[in-house]
Ligand binder design. Structure first.
Ligand code: GRF
Length: 194
């Protein structure tokens, strides 16, 4: 079967692009829908360019049961948060229990939680004087950056590294591991948990 993937993203969408590209010539999965909270986000341009259905949500419709029904109509095997900044409502989490995953640009449980995203994460890692950082892919539950960890990958921090350098290094890790982790999970789909 071809597993439908739904991607939620608020920003540039470089992870979404890596996922779309990775599954383009594979029969295991395809990106069926992109959900964004920003009309002018790079990820929306990407959806248009790739001719992938997309939807822009606002705060109110995000909370409604109609949104869950709309997501369900795509029969997603997995929902992937790729730089999505809003907290996922509890009814969405309940409807797709253990099927929503997120990527975080640091080694959780450190440097996570509300407000910890993008450059803020890398700056906090640098300020803490860490010698390494990395990425965490984890299940999404009702608390920010809290769900069970699926995988982590690490990279070194060199003397003199600044936030932008770290961000680029982290993105390289993300673009490699995120699509492959999704593929691994989809290969193991069981009734409830992927
Ligand atoms: C990534 O670094 C991801 O870890 C974080 O948000 C960023 C999204 O980047 N959650 P992009 O929009 O995929 O380029």
């Amino acid at each position: 079967m071809i597993h439908p993937i739904i991607i939620f993203a608020s920003g540039k969408g470089s992870n979404a692009a890596a996922i779309i590209e990775y599954f383009k010539n594979k029969s295991i999965a395809k990106v069926a829908l992109i959900v964004s909270n920003k009309e002018n986000a790079g990820v929306v341009d990407l959806a248009k360019a790739e001719r992938i259905p997309y939807t822009i949500i606002d705060r109110a419709s995000f909370q409604e049961e109609g949104f869950v029904a709309a997501l369900k109509s795509y029969r997603p095997s997995i929902i992937v948060l790729a730089g999505f900044l809003w907290k996922i409502p509890d009814n969405v989490i309940a409807a797709f229990s253990n099927r929503i995953i997120n990527i975080h640009p640091a080694l959780l449980p450190e440097f996570g939680g509300k407000g910890m995203y993008g450059g803020k994460v890398h700056n906090a890692v640098l300020e803490a004087g860490k010698k390494e950082t990395g990425i965490t892919i984890h299940y999404v539950d009702e608390v920010y950056d809290n769900g069970a960890i699926i995988m982590q990958a690490r990279c070194k921090i060199d003397k003199g590294d600044v936030g932008e350098i770290l961000a680029a290094r982290i993105h390289r890790l993300e673009h490699f591991y995120f699509p492959r982790t999704i593929e691994f999970l989809l290969m193991n789909v069981s009734e409830n948990r992927i």
